[in-house]
Design a protein around this ligand. Structure first.
Ligand code: R5P
Length: 226
């Protein structure tokens, strides 16, 4: 089964009492529906693969994002994680771009609302690229862009795999400090926007499907293995 966006992935743990682990429910539903192998991309948390008792191929969009960011030829490039949870993902991205990274410390009191955010690291004079697995309302990336610019960065862009774009996301992005938002087509975008650039993941999925058909390595598609 090919599922470019795995819904409910953020409900993957019991981080407070009385919340459901809905990602496990989705895994059970897919299994009950007859799936026996899953191909997806940039799961919110890699451990979701353990919710399945069959093989999961979790492809990585950095293999298409890295060449795009390189093509921008940005001087003094700095990669930023919009929250602490994304630090490992962002460190990997920064490694392939030979850039340093900073982290934003985001605190939410309730879902989809940011109570506070601060940047850990020096962004002065840098051209910053934020990297996240998904944009939902846009609150996280817009807030991070605003704070990073306030701290003296020269420019801020954002790269992110899944564009949920719910609520006022389009408006938020248009009015934000972000110069550009680069997303994939893991789900269709409802509107066009001058600030949003879409890079297709279809060729990556096609390659991976071909490799499975031909009994070849899928992990060789990952930048870490090239
Ligand atoms: C959080 O853990 C995710 O990686 C995203 O940062 C978050 O889901 C984005 O949501 P929003 O765009 O509504 O701030």
């Amino acid at each position: 089964m090919v599922l470019p966006y795995f819904g409910y992935a953020r409900q993957d743990r019991k981080d407070k009492p009385r919340v459901s682990i809905a990602a496990k429910l989705i895994a059970n539903l897919l299994t009950a529906s007859g799936a026996d192998r899953l191909m997806t991309i940039d799961l919110h948390a890699g451990q979701i693969q353990g919710f399945f008792d069959f093989p999961v191929d979790n492809l990585e969009a950095i293999s298409i994002f890295v060449p795009y960011v390189e093509s921008l030829k940005l001087e003094n490039l700095l990669i930023a994680s919009p929250d602490v949870g994304g630090a490992a993902r962002v460190r990997n991205f920064a490694k392939f771009l030979n850039a340093d990274m900073v982290i934003c410390d985001k605190y939410r009191k309730r879902a989809n609302e940011i109570a506070s955010m601060q940047v850990i690291g020096d962004v002065e004079g840098a051209n910053v690229v934020l990297f996240d697995d998904m944009i939902d309302t846009g609150g996280t990336l817009c807030k991070a862009a605003e704070i990073i610019l306030e701290k003296g960065a020269k420019s801020v862009r954002a790269v992110c795999t899944h564009a949920l774009m719910s609520g006022k996301a389009y408006e938020n992005i248009e009015n934000s400090a972000l110069e550009e938002l680069i997303v994939t087509d893991s789900m269709p975008l409802r509107h066009e926007s001058k600030k949003i650039k879409v890079i297709s993941v279809a060729p990556l999925f096609a390659k991976a499907i071909g490799r499975i058909r031909d009994h070849e390595s899928v992990s060789s598609l990952f930048l870490n293995n090239q």
